[in-house]
Design a binder for this molecule. Structure first.
Ligand SMILES: NC(=O)c1ccc[n+]([C@@H]2O[C@H](COP(=O)([O-])OP(=O)(O)OC[C@H]3O[C@@H](n4cnc5c(N)ncnc54)[C@H](O)[C@@H]3O)[C@@H](O)[C@H]2O)c1
Length: 353
């Protein structure tokens, strides 16, 4: 009998990659939970049904559960019924800008939805590794207090202590998070607590910029995917503040799925990892323009808004050393240029259909 994996947010960027990787490469029986809430959050551009349909057509054994993670009774019942060997929790309201407009939906989804799955797992399958997608926004805007130096196209850390990026030791306290960052802090701490208090094998993956060809990128979430889409459609990309030199570290969703597989194969209790592309896969918005232009041959149109997004990081890249020390079989396999090429190809196909 195959092992069962339960994945929330299965039609999204990370969830769909995890479905494919665990289903195809590792032979798991896959149970996905998604209700296309992304289309409610972001409108038709955020619709993820296309990805759900692809999973259903690619995997005859794929089981889709149309469930809202806020539905506590539904979640408790589903986890009891499936009793999975592992849980990956990737459903969320993912935008920090949007959260202020929908604070109840944001908190109910990100914090309460996570608690629903944790408690359901404790009751039905406490031995199952529980992987939670957290975010680097749990650090709030504190990374902006690090001394920076301005280069021609990007910001970088001036303080040698951050030469390798931001580690898990960085404080999450007393900074401005946005309501999204705060609801994700609540979830992150709760996931750690179910590990420490109940001894469950939980981990929080504090994502940098997670990306790849399966993202339904929109202006408020999914920066590289959206930027490439603007480039291909010859539409203006709006840069907000910091001269467009703000730096993000980008990790392909496949490398995220591979790390989850390493953790699930050898789980630890109450762990926290900063999961991004690291310094090598980091870029500023201006640098991303150049890369996209190099691949598509199209000039990137853009406009500049002086005011930065609230809580936006000036420079953020993850220190990957803890991940690599705990799971030496894991490394980044997808370079940033390769990833952008894949995103370009995926949008070309999707925009045609
Ligand atoms: N993409 C990034 O750059 C990034 C960065 C850091 C952290 N993260 C985190 O990683 C996780 C996955 O991100 P993603 O980029 O795959 O997001 P995504 O929006 O592509 O996927 C999330 C999926 O969850 C579903 N969903 C949302 N609310 C739901 C609900 N109430 N019930 C059922 N399904 C619901 C959506 O319909 C969507 O398909 C999220 O927790 C996000 O906060 C993402």
């Amino acid at each position: 009998m195959s092992k069962k994996l339960l994945i929330t947010g299965s039609s999204g960027l990370i969830g769909s990659e995890v479905c494919r990787y665990f289903g195809r490469e590792l032979g798991y029986e896959i149970h996905g939970v998604d209700n296309n809430q992304r289309a409610v959050f972001f409108g038709p551009q955020g619709d993820t049904r296309w990805n759900q349909q692809r999973l259903l057509s690619e995997f005859p054994g794929y089981v889709h559960h149309e469930l809202d993670i806020r539905d506590r009774g539904g979640v408790l019942g589903l986890v009891a019924e499936i009793s999975p060997e592992a849980i990956v929790h990737a459903a969320a309201q993912p935008s920090h800008d949007l959260a202020a407009a929908i604070p109840f939906d944001d908190f109910d989804t990100n914090a309460v939805g996570t608690l629903n799955f944790l408690e359901a797992a404790r009751r039905s399958c406490p031995e199952a590794p529980f992987v939670h997608m957290s975010t680097n926004k749990v650090y709030g805007d504190r990374p902006n207090t690090i001394a920076m130096r301005e280069l021609e196209l990007r910001w970088d850390y001036a303080d040698q202590a951050y030469e390798h990026g931001i580690s898990e030791e960085f404080s999450i306290d007393q900074s401005k998070h946005s309501l999204f960052g705060a609801s994700k802090v609540a979830a992150d701490v709760m996931v750690q607590e179910y590990g420490r208090y109940f001894g469950m094998p939980t981990c929080c993956l504090r994502g940098g910029c997670l990306t790849g060809p399966n993202h339904s990128g929109v202006e408020l979430h999914g920066f590289l995917s959206y930027l490439v889409k603007c480039n291909l459609e010859e539409r203006e990309y709006r840069m907000f503040g910091y001269k467009g030199k703000q730096v993000r570290d980008n990790i392909h969703s496949l490398d995220v799925a591979c790390f989850m597989a390493s953790f699930i194969a050898a789980p630890r209790v109450a762990e926290v990892y900063n999961l991004g592309g690291g310094k090598d896969n980091s870029c500023s918005i201006l640098e991303a323009f150049q890369m996209a232009e190099g691949i598509t041959g199209k000039k990137q149109l853009y406009s500049y808004v002086e005011k930065n997004r609230i809580g936006d990081h000036i420079c953020y890249y993850s220190d990957l050393r803890k991940m690599k020390a705990h799971y030496s079989d894991w490394t980044i396999t997808q370079t940033l240029p390769d990833t952008i090429c894949q995103i370009v190809e995926a949008w070309r196909l999707r925009l045609k259909s």
